[in-house]
Write a protein that binds this ligand. Structure first.
Ligand code: ATP
Length: 220
């Protein structure tokens, strides 16, 4: 590992992973010159219902989606830990793995940012990592309230700084907008419609092989 370059982790439910996630991930690696970025499926989301599709299936789909792209990976630590998946706990764990000096970035979309003040130990996230916010179609940054203030106080517009310090900055990155969501993919599948070209073909094959999403609230 080149110790000068920051690494990133992109948490989510990935139910299922799609090109909105994947294109954002690779563009972030390139725009910010990250060493690598791992998608990190949660075991049990904190702020939403348990997905009908198991964590094991969701992680398997992420692994298929990133296979062949060495700068992207799948981090399974939240599955291994089990229980509610707090990003704070995962970042503490990752920080232990990579040491105290290296830039570590937690990636999230604007929709996730809107709720960040309800996250477990949210103010301490910046003690361990930077936060990268992806501008997402249909969402804007908060312009008042506690999150807006937090954003303004830590905002960094010079991405090179993400590599020079280990944690403490919030950076907003404008990426190619792709209005794709897992919710829409699940709805299309339940309606028996095609989701081809919204997600990678091996993920689609996996969904077909395992009969995921086609029945209402699959028990998979
Ligand atoms: P759902 O529709 O079930 O809420 P989702 O498509 O938003 O799912 P998640 O797994 O919940 O996917 O999202 C993980 C992270 O990816 C979140 O931070 C979310 O903001 C971001 N994200 C999801 N879709 C996109 C997209 N099309 N472009 C950029 N970021 C995205």
């Amino acid at each position: 590992m080149d110790p000068a370059r920051a690494v990133a982790v992109f948490g989510g439910t990935f139910n299922p992973v799609h090109y909105g996630h994947l294109r954002s991930a690779i563009e972030l690696v390139e725009h910010l010159q990250l060493h690598h970025l791992d998608l990190m499926p949660c075991a049990q989301p904190v702020h939403r219902e348990q997905p009908g599709c198991s964590a094991e299936h969701r992680a398997a789909m992420v692994e298929l989606a990133v296979a062949g792209e060495p700068r992207l990976g799948c981090d399974r630590r939240e599955l291994a830990r089990g229980g509610l998946s707090y990003s704070y706990d995962s970042l503490v764990d990752i920080r232990q793995d990579i040491g105290p000096q290296r830039g570590l970035c937690l990636v999230m979309g604007c929709d996730a940012l809107q709720n960040i003040a309800s996250w477990h130990r949210w103010r301490e996230l910046l003690d361990i990592a930077h936060v990268i916010v992806i501008a997402r179609p249909g969402w804007t940054l908060p312009d008042e309230g506690v999150v807006a203030h937090w954003l303004q106080s830590h905002r960094c517009d010079a991405p090179a700084q993400l590599h020079r310090q280990a944690s403490g900055l919030v950076h907003v990155e404008e990426l190619r907008p792709l209005a794709i969501s897992s919710t829409e993919i699940r709805s299309l599948l339940q309606l028996g419609q095609s989701v081809r070209y919204l997600l990678p073909e091996p993920v689609l094959d996996y969904i077909d092989q395992h009969g995921l999403y086609r029945q209402k609230e699959s028990s998979a």
